[in-house]
Write a protein that binds this ligand. Sequence first.
Ligand code: PXG
Length: 302
Amino acid sequence: MSLWTYVNGRFIPKEEASVSVYDHGFLYGDGVFEGIRVYGGRVFKLDEHVQRLYESAKSILLDIPLPPEEMKRVILETVRRNGLRDAYVRPIVTRGPGDLGIDPRKCGTPTVVVIVDRIQLYPERAYREGLRMVTATHRKNASDSLNPRIKSLNYLNQILARLEANLAGADEALMLNHEGYVCECTADNVFVVHGEEVWTPPAHLGILRGITRDTVLEIAQALGIAAVERTFTLHDVYTADEVFLTGTGAEIGPVVWVDGRTIGSGKPGPVTLRLLEAYRDRTAREGTPVYEETPTAPGGAG
Ligand code: PXG
């Protein structure tokens, strides 16, 4: 059975869902998006993702033509139509169709799309054995050029870094800012463990403030693990006891190798695994219900 995609108020089979080639999202990457997970029939961190979507849009002066509460209803309805209990949701809002010039005043109505599908960011092996990562030569976009806090459709910066990882045969790329401080990976935030402490770069360095990152900081606090936002360099990555990355798709991914250096024991570490277990526990229990609270959902398992 085909999946249904929401496009500007209508539900369309995935294969037929499309937007105009004059859409400025397509022509110029002029738009914003989110990546959300559904676990066991509940949308995890729906409010946080919708809030970030509207903040990204506000920052680029893009008026989303429906209020946030309506967007939440559309997201829930799109998941429901697909009958999935475990899924990945991708809301996208673009400047809409315009002419071939870049002037956004030529764009009439923003395009609103919600895709529901599945995603696997890293192979299963990566979670058992850990990820291998290289530092990209491409630095993060500077905050005063294209602020990485905006989750925009302009992902070339991250894609160029990801290509470097692919060329090196690695699973991920680590990105630094222009001062050489560690920022994040191509679609994930990064954490290092040093002794009793867990560090992650502060948002003002020029990163996307990940919702998984915030959840992990919260979980660490609840578990009595000292987790702090801190500026650090590659040296602190190479000498860490553990390194892991966080993201909606990846959840918590252990990193065991960076630029030829083995991290800690070379295996996923105890702090990473403790946090991952607690994270999975939350995703299994929390979230906004998609369906009436019945034991089985229409359409079967996701
Ligand atoms: N940094 C960047 C640059 C990102 O694009 C994250 C960090 C993690 O944020 P969240 O809120 O997901 O914890 C992202 C997330 C996915 C996926 O499925 C994520 C992103 C883009 C494409 C897919 O995890 N961005």
